[in-house]
Design a protein around this ligand. Structure first.
Ligand code: SF4
Ligand code: SF4
Length: 290
């Protein structure tokens, strides 16, 4: 019977706190502008920041306040054309079409192609491993494989396969959260018409890369000499494509002696509608191979 008094006190405190919160919610709530509320309802709710604002509500408020329409209505990459059209219609501005983006992976170093230089037993994140010397990879720019990128993707668009992050282009909406999470800056957000990708970011000289990775860029510059559009250059010991110049002609990929320039086919069965965000816990991380 002696538990009745403490239970009563806790219940009374809970009721009091609930009452205070209800009153605060009623009298102190920030009223949202009607237009902002409509825009917010049209946005996908990913809160990824791809629009350049702190989240969907921030973007919706900024659009609603912007009487000059200086802020574009098509900045929500995950929402694609459908959301851009709806937001444009709410704001009464011309629909310009959303700029579709996609993430690309600039490392091909799966476990059968390269190796780890240490048996790392510390905190199992890419960020922590990177702080431990220069990461566990034999190549310091290799994918660390703990899946920091996987954990932030709200669209279940990345998996770790054989120690390497692999992006599902049909699920990716180009929000860029994975790119921000990768301590080796291996993920880049590019226009979704991109078909040619250099799968390497090594900064080692070609001779070293040859020894530690079966597919790394060896900085031979054959791609650079082949490109008719001046769109690919060897910078810091690996080939880098300038996507403002690349015409997807694939000539560089055909010349590459290590096959590290990948050519992706045009999507034939891409969903018309971009996927909705999924709960973070449903995103999958496979245990990285040691
Ligand atoms: S893979 Fe996921 S986190 Fe990365 S850009 Fe695509 S949707 Fe965003
Ligand atoms: S690509 Fe993903 S798994 Fe690989 S190092 Fe970057 S954050 Fe980690």
């Amino acid at each position: 019977m002696q538990f009745i008094i403490p239970v009563g006190i806790v219940t009374a405190m809970g009721l009091l706190a609930g009452g205070i919160l209800t009153i605060a919610d009623k009298f102190m709530a920030v009223q949202m502008d009607e237009t902002a509320a409509k825009v917010l309802a049209a946005l996908p709710g990913a809160n990824c920041g791809a629009c350049g604002f702190a989240g969907c509500a921030d973007y919706a408020n900024a659009l609603a306040k912007d009487e000059e329409h200086a802020i574009k209505a098509n900045l929500c990459t995950p929402g694609g054309d459908a959301v851009a059209m709806e937001v444009s219609s709410i704001l009464g501005v011309e629909f310009e079409g959303a700029s579709s983006k996609i993430a690309i992976m600039k490392c091909s170093g799966s476990r059968d192609r390269t190796s780890y230089a240490m048996d790392y037993q510390g905190h199992q994140t890419c960020k922590a491993n990177k702080l431990f010397f220069r990461g566990r990879g034999a190549c310091e720019m290799a994918c660390l494989g703990f899946g920091d990128c996987v954990n932030v993707c709200a669209y279940d668009a990345i998996r770790i396969e054989n120690g390497l992050a692999v992006i599902n282009k049909y699920k990716c909406v180009g929000c860029g959260l994975c790119a921000k999470a990768c301590p080796n800056a291996l993920i880049e957000i590019v226009p979704d018409k991109t078909r040619v990708v250099v799968g390497c970011s090594s900064v080692d000289p070609g001779k070293v890369t040859r020894e530690i990775c079966a597919i790394g860029c060896i900085a031979c510059k054959l791609c650079e000499k082949t490109c008719k559009f001046d769109a690919i250059h060897v910078i810091n010991n690996h080939a880098v494509i300038d996507y403002t110049k690349c015409k997807n002609c694939t000539a560089c990929a055909k010349k590459c002696p290590t096959n590290v320039i990948h050519v992706f086919p045009r999507p034939v069965s891409a969903p018309q509608q971009k996927p909705k965000p999924v709960a973070a816990e449903t995103a999958q991380v496979e245990a990285p191979a040691q």
